[in-house]
Ligand binder design. Structure first.
Ligand SMILES: [Zn+2]
Length: 61
């Protein structure tokens, strides 16, 4: 399975901006032909969400 990174709203850098973190327990969902991934931040365990292209979604299977 490919590693996916998404913005984590809880893991912020020195400028107080969200940072990209590896998503774990990710689930790919399809809704109305649009793909998204839901999972948890591997650093803080906070919820993460990311829209994906169909091509990227296929890679996660
Ligand atoms: Zn985090």
């Amino acid at each position: 399975m490919t590693e996916l990174k998404a913005l984590c709203m809880k893991c912020r850098n020195a400028e107080n901006k969200p940072t990209m973190q590896v998503m774990k327990n990710l689930k790919v969902e399809e809704k109305n032909g649009r793909f998204s991934a839901k999972g948890q931040c591997s650093v803080c365990g906070g919820n993460q969400f990311k829209f994906m292209s169909k091509v990227d979604a296929e890679k996660m299977k």
